[in-house]
Design a protein around this ligand. Structure first.
Ligand code: ACM
Ligand code: ZN
Length: 478
């Protein structure tokens, strides 16, 4: 027989198994302190899914007791299962949420044959995260996702103890922020229609906050802007052939972009980090543009990459002046950014080594480990830029690669990216669900606890018990 502590995924830091069991049928009451009532709803939802009757109780000696424990870190949690009682503690709300997710995994495996004879093994689990940044990026620009899908992604993230939702809101094929500043973009949607109103964005941010997840909103400049420039060609180098890069030599470009970012900041007043893209701009339009050439000469730059770098540094200063932290995709072109800019490495595993001496913090998203649009096997259609991305490949990835001693103060943590050029809304869960378990173990669990075969046993146990159906039901909020 399996031990129900072996159902917890991602694997906790420390588990101590004790003799004895607590019969699930003994679990009749739970106690949640006043200020933690949202957890009452979570317990009732889980109990209802399994057909269990567990009722809230004012008695602090109920069968299941939830508590905050200020001795633990905010995301850390502790659980003790005795023959007639269960104690769940979190350092903060995040820790409690994660403990309940672990508890639901233990319950589902205990209940694999139904409630008759179902037991939870006795013991303790004590857990805390390896990385403070455990991210997932969703590209809502190429294909749009409804608020319902975005919220389901956020709940799924919370279940797997991820805490950072990077939201890629604009790209060449879609501008998903409904704004009076760029009203002509409301119909821009090469692949799928849809925009979020500022109220939609605020609603999602509030929902994410309740799930202990911060949002990093992204407007991608100075490239990836074909759709915007088709509608507003005055900001392109050549209005007759606008292309996908903003004109860096036109002083109105920066004024326009500052207004766009100021609006984004006002929609997300509580979000400390703002992503400005910065990836994959091509220099051809700039090289043929009299205004860009003049700006390059006036600034004393040797080439258009240097002009681009100075333009983007100015934009990061603007974000800093507004009291936020800027974030950019790594350039992979030898440019550096002020130390207060977070760099997201995506193409080059060595980039963190290059920017570490400059003081930049790094989020690790290197594509061949963490780009979730890549095919899981080659029966899926794929594009020239993709690699095969197996679950094992994700599981093996480690943000430090072989340089932990040099990078442990630099790398904030991993971030998986779901780009959606080839992923319509209805495939978002199909791309995420089979991978998040493996990814969560990279992001959360201690490196020395990683063990592929042990992971497979835990995952197969959960899946055999009906875990995917539980998750699909649990992540949709009515
Ligand atoms: C990227 O994949 N262009 C960041
Ligand atoms: Zn230009």
């Amino acid at each position: 027989m399996f031990n129900t502590f072996d159902a917890v995924l991602p694997i906790p830091s420390v588990i101590q198994k004790h003799d004895g069991v607590m019969p699930v049928s003994e679990l009749k009451t739970f106690h949640v302190p006043e200020e933690l009532q949202i957890f009452s709803d979570e317990i009732m939802r889980t109990a209802a899914f399994f057909g269990l009757r567990i009722l809230p109780s004012p008695d602090p000696d109920a069968d299941l007791v939830l508590k905050l424990n200020s001795g633990l870190g905010a995301e850390a949690w502790f659980m003790r299962i005795d023959p007639s009682s269960i104690l769940i503690e979190g350092g903060g709300k995040a820790g409690l949420f994660y403990a309940l997710a672990a508890f639901s995994q233990m319950l589902i495996t205990a209940l694999i044959k139904g409630p008759a004879g179902a037991v939870l093994n006795c013991g303790t689990a004590c857990d805390k995260p390896r990385f403070g940044w455990r991210g997932l990026m969703l590209d809502s620009a190429r294909h749009f996702q409804s608020k319902k899908t975005v919220k389901a992604v956020i709940r799924l993230m919370a279940h797997f103890r991820l805490n950072t939702f990077h939201w890629h809101l604009t790209d060449g094929q879609g501008w998903r922020i409904a704004s009076d500043l760029v009203p002509k973009l409301s119909n821009l949607a090469a692949l799928s229609p849809g925009q979020y109103t500022p109220d939609d964005l605020r609603e999602v941010a509030e929902f994410a906050g309740r799930h202990n997840i911060r949002i990093i909103p992204e407007i991608d400049i100075p490239g990836h802007s074909r759709g915007l420039l088709a509608a507003y060609p005055q900001y392109a180098c050549d209005p007759a052939v606008p292309g996908k890069e903003f004109c860096l030599g036109n002083p109105e470009t920066k004024e326009f972009l500052k207004k766009i970012f100021a609006e984004l900041l006002s929609i997300f007043p509580d979000n400390p980090i703002i992503h400005l893209g910065g990836d994959e701009a091509e220099t051809t339009h700039w090289e043929n543009c009299p205004r860009c050439k003049a700006a390059m000469q006036a600034g004393g730059f040797r080439n258009m990459r240097e002009l681009e770098n100075s333009f983007m540094v100015d934009m990061t200063h603007f974000i800093v002046e507004q009291g936020r932290t800027p974030m950019l995709w790594g350039t992979c072109s030898g440019q550096t950014y002020p130390a207060d800019t977070i760099i997201q490495s995506w193409l080059d595993i060595r980039e963190p080594l290059r920017v570490a001496p400059n003081g930049n913090k790094v989020v690790y998203s290197v594509h061949n480990s963490f780009y979730f649009d890549y095919p899981a096997n080659l029966s899926e259609p794929f594009e020239t830029w993709m690699f095969e991305l197996s679950e094992r490949g994700i599981y093996m990835a480690d943000p430090y690669v072989i340089w932990e001693d040099r990078l442990k103060d630099t790398i904030l943590g991993p971030e998986a990216c779901l780009w959606t050029e080839t992923v319509p809304e209805w495939r978002v869960m199909q791309k995420l669900l089979p991978r998040l378990a493996a990814y969560s173990e990279c992001a959360w669990s201690p490196a020395e606890k990683k063990d592929w075969h042990g992971f497979l046993r835990r995952k197969e146990l959960l899946e055999a018990a009906g875990y995917h159906d539980f998750l699909k039901e649990n992540i949709h909020m009515r």
